[in-house]
Design a protein around this ligand. Structure first.
Ligand code: PGA
Length: 245
């Protein structure tokens, strides 16, 4: 069985005390069956980096700039993230698409820069509730992933992650059902088959992953791991989730 990937998306939460606890966790550092990625706020990436050297945990960021460098106050580039040891970056999260008007052409630039700097992109996609009710889920995902066809020549990193995160399931306590997840993951797999034939692609699910649904979610075929928000803020629950495999 291939390793499952568990990505903790701390969003605008976390502190040094939390980093101390997570980096010392025996559970997160022990199992050979899983890859653990922690994505703290930018300000705490360096501290996490110093705490996880020689450990089983990988370092991720929640975003990066769509530009290489320059006069962009408050922005962080992929090059800066690489400099502090980041291995993964979450891109196109629905909270960034909705709150910061990130569109597909901007996300495309971010993917190109992440790959150029050898950082593995975790590209998020997902439909809202209205689109799901109107049977438009696959159409929306297809649109969001179509940028990959335009930039496949830029995929210089050897791994790529796509996270299916239905917007209606994020932070609501109401995960998508296993058949719903399977249908979309299968669609993503088929849609991206040609693009990623030479690359190691992993497809994740995210949206109210918790200690109570993880066992069932782990049975979904083609699901290579999980992007965990709220339930990754407590070490106890994140450990239980990661231990379920
Ligand atoms: P959630 O968030 O687990 O709190 O639903 C997931 C995400 O937004 O990545």
């Amino acid at each position: 069985m291939s390793k499952k990937i568990f990505v903790a998306n701390w969003k605008m939460n976390g502190n040094t005390e939390m980093i101390n606890k997570f980096s010392d966790s025996k559970v997160l550092n022990s199992s050979p069956k899983k890859d653990i990625v922690i994505c703290p706020p930018y300000t705490h990436i360096n501290y996490l980096s110093s705490k996880i050297s020689n450990k089983n945990i990988s370092l991720g960021a929640q975003n990066c700039s769509h530009k290489e460098n320059g006069a962009l106050t408050g922005e962080i580039s992929a090059e800066i993230l690489k400099d502090i040891g980041c291995e993964y970056v979450i891109l196109g999260h629905s909270e960034r698409r909705a709150n910061y008007s990130e569109d597909d052409s901007l996300i495309k630039q971010k993917i190109i820069l992440a790959c150029k700097n050898n950082i593995i992109p975790i590209l998020c996609c997902g439909e809202n509730l209205e689109d799901r009710k109107n049977n438009l889920s696959t159409k929306i995902i297809e649109n969001q992933l179509s940028i990959l066809k335009e930039i496949s020549d830029n995929f210089t990193c050897d791994k790529f992650l796509i996270a299916y995160e239905p917007i209606w399931a994020i932070g609501t306590g109401k995960s998508a059902s296993s058949p719903q997840i399977y249908e979309i993951l299968n669609f993503i797999h088929e849609y991206t088959y040609d693009i990623f034939s030479q690359l190691d692609l992993s497809i994740l699910y995210g949206g109210s992953v918790s200690t109570s649904n993880i066992k069932e979610l782990l049975t979904i075929d083609k699901c290579n791991g999980f992007l965990v928000g709220g339930a990754s803020l407590s070490l106890d629950s994140f450990e239980l989730i990661c231990e379920s495999i």
